[in-house]
Design a protein around this ligand. Structure first.
Ligand code: CMC
Length: 430
């Protein structure tokens, strides 16, 4: 703990507060005793200046456009590693040795099947149900399968629950997709790597041999790495808050999926692609830029802007490169959506409004084009985000459970409703 302090004056009374320093990034003023000393709370809607927790997992420098998982830059992990290595890193804090990696891959692979009873859950949904709605329900339902066997105070059981979730998310995500298009579920094939297995479960049909395209599998694996964690974002904070009461971890992850679905968060990739389709041709871009700048118009440029990044999102750079690789592999020479995206980015990056507000493309700007080219419908985009983010949610949840200072999350409020008043009987009300 640093010896630095910060002094604030409340109603003429000076209060000295401890300052905590991290390894990198801004220090924090520890206000946990502020209420006891001043009778006042702090007020910070949207947590723009509030660190809700201490964490060793992910670091973002939004001004410089840096993202580190356990200290390693995202571009290095995406270029040299694979998704399961990133999962190991996020969960255990270190990159695995070759033997640890082989063991981890084996253990995840052995949990890929879901209980056969899960199939019945799917038939309860209408065919046109959004796959995110199905995911919220089915991952929540996993808690019914592993409730009594999950003692969250036991590190071993926590790790088994983590493995189960990482392993079963692709299976459930693929089932949600298959159900929506009326095709039979494809069981996992454990001699395939994690991402190839997922592609096969999504796109294979019993009537034909399915060959995984290694370029597409590698690209999707990289997309998973880019989405694996992002420190205390809305869905991760949701998982932590839900978990702080000691709730079942599968139910906590279901809460995270629900939060991720919103268009301001994980739903932005779907919204960004729909926006590009709506714009349609480059000549219509100025009209949409004007709409985005108009205070009276709720339209926002989807895939642009970020609460933390006030520079180019480092994930967006890798994503853009991946988009080109995928389109090349598929022989898509001219994708009108890509043309619109590139031109829109160029125009927005030069526009005073976007420059002044530091609005840059985020990861969602290019991911939709890539996933669409791979054959995923837009409704599946956020599901893929949830699949990849599951490891981040679990790593953050585990870190919270292991923290000896952990208490139930309980924000305070500034009450602006009616003051005390006495009940008036129905007959006496005017
Ligand atoms: N288009 C037009 N104006 C924008 C945009 C945008 N995409 N994003 C922010 N602004 C403006 C906003 O109107 C505000 O202007 P003013 O100061 O004049 O009121 C200013 O920029 C600051 O915006 P904010 O809404 O206060 O910023 P925030 O940190 O609360 O919101 C955000 C961040 C990501 C929700 C927002 O930028 C946004 O809605 N972007 C579009 C949705 C999107 O792409 N989301 C994906 C985020 S990355 C994936 C993930 O991590 O989930």
């Amino acid at each position: 703990m640093s010896s630095k302090t910060s002094t604030i004056t409340v109603d003429g009374k000076s209060v000295e507060l401890p300052v905590k320093e991290g390894t990198i990034g801004p220090s924090v003023i520890d206000i946990s005793k502020l209420y006891g000393q001043t009778g006042m709370f702090t007020y910070d809607p949207g947590f723009t200046s509030t660190a809700a927790t201490e964490s060793k997992i992910t670091y973002i420098d939004g001004d410089k456009g840096i993202l580190l998982y356990r200290g390693y830059p995202i571009d290095q992990l995406a270029e040299h590693g694979d998704f399961l290595e990133t999962c190991y890193l996020l969960l255990y804090g270190e990159l695995p040795t070759a033997a640890q990696k082989a063991d981890f891959d084996y253990r995840v692979t052995r949990h890929t099947m879901v209980h056969d009873q899960m199939n019945r859950f799917f038939t309860g949904f209408r065919r046109d149900a959004h796959p995110m709605a199905i995911m919220v329900a089915c991952v929540g339902a996993l808690s019914a399968f592993y409730h009594d066997s999950t003692d969250i105070s036991d590190p071993h059981q926590r790790m088994i629950a983590s493995m189960r979730m990482i392993a079963k998310m692709p299976t459930l995500a693929a089932m949600a997709y298959k159900y929506s298009i009326g095709q039979p579920f494809v069981y996992p094939q454990n001699d395939l790597d994690y991402t190839s297995n997922f592609l096969r479960m999504c796109f294979a049909v019993p009537a034909e041999e399915y060959k995984v395209n290694p370029v597409l599998s590698r690209a999707l694996d990289r997309i998973f790495i880019l989405h694996a964690d992002h420190e205390q974002n809305a869905s991760t904070s949701t998982v932590r808050l839900a978990g702080s009461s000691g709730a079942n971890p599968f139910a906590c992850i279901a809460a995270g999926i629900a939060c991720l679905w919103g268009p301001a968060h994980g739903g932005a990739n779907e919204a960004a692609l729909k926006m590009l389709e709506e714009i349609g041709t480059p000549d219509r871009i100025p009209m949409y830029i004007a709409k985005a700048k108009d205070k009276n118009d709720p339209f926002r440029l989807m895939g642009f802007g970020h609460r933390v990044y006030k520079n180019y999102d480092p994930r967006a750079r890798i994503m853009q490169k991946t988009t080109h690789e995928v389109l090349n592999e598929l022989g898509i020479k001219d994708d009108p959506l890509l043309d619109v995206a590139i031109e829109l980015e160029q125009i927005a990056l030069k526009d005073e409004y976007f420059v002044e507000k530091k609005l840059y493309p985020n990861i969602d700007f290019y991911s939709g084009i890539t996933l669409k080219a791979m054959g995923f419908p837009t409704s599946m985009f956020t599901v893929l985000f949830a699949l990849a983010r599951t490891v981040g949610w679990i790593a953050q949840w585990s870190e919270m459970i292991e923290d000896p200072s952990q208490r139930i999350g309980r924000p305070r409020q500034l009450y602006t409703g009616a003051p005390h008043r006495d009940y008036v009987t129905l007959a006496q009300r005017g």
